[in-house]
Design a protein around this ligand. Structure first.
Ligand code: APR
Length: 177
């Protein structure tokens, strides 16, 4: 089931919140900064332990990594790295779609029944909210449909789009009417 809310993702008592991180995975501004502040210093230490796949890269763009949530009300933080938007013609849509698919897969693998996403890449990384929201909603709908087919009994995962601004929430609501 998909829900759209406007608010601060660090306050949500869901199984997993998704962080719009960067490839270093050691914090930053925006929602990354808010999540690290709310989770406390243990999150930074947990991120440090995530192995680098190449110098300075713990989570390549489009992939996802999971850590505990520590002081957050959420059990887990799923860190994913969205694409930096250039013009939409350099693989950005595919990379952004991969963020949602990989975060959802990681949540399912860890038995999460609820997950909240921020609007990945639409802040510092400059992705236009309308285009990004279309990709986000499409990928989540595909995931939920596939999950219903795969395991009849599996309780449906609750997916929340947590928009920081009212404007973003309107964009998402128009897509999920
Ligand atoms: N709760 C929910 N959403 C939030 C919060 C919050 N507390 N704070 C910011 N946001 C929203 C922003 O308004 C934006 O809509 O998260 C969305 C993503 O914006 P950014 O956080 O800037 O993330 P992104 O565009 O993916 O850029 C990632 O920014 O913070 C750095 O380390 C991060 O380098 C990485 C880059």
């Amino acid at each position: 089931m998909i829900k759209i809310i406007q608010g601060d993702i660090t306050t949500l008592a869901v199984d997993a919140i998704v962080n719009a991180a960067n490839q270093m995975m050691l914090g930053g501004g925006g929602v990354d900064g808010a999540i690290h502040r709310a989770a406390g210093p243990e999150l930074y230490k947990a991120c440090l332990k995530v192995p680098e796949v190449r110098p300075g890269v713990r989570c390549p763009t489009g992939e996802a990594r999971i850590t505990p949530g520590f002081r957050l009300p959420a059990k887990f933080v799923i860190h994913t790295v969205g694409p930096v938007y250039r013009d939409g013609l350099h693989g950005e849509p595919e990379k952004l779609a991969a963020c949602y698919r990989n975060a959802l897969a990681l949540a399912a693998e860890n038995g999460c029944k609820s997950i909240a996403f921020p609007c990945i890449s639409t802040g510092v990384y400059g992705y236009p909210i309308e285009d990004a929201a279309k990709i986000a909603v499409r990928e989540v709908k595909n995931f939920l449909t596939q999950r219903r087919r795969d395991a009849e009994c599996a309780e449906e995962m609750e997916v929340i789009f947590c928009c920081f601004s009212a404007r973003d929430a309107v964009v998402y609501r128009q897509l999920t009417l």
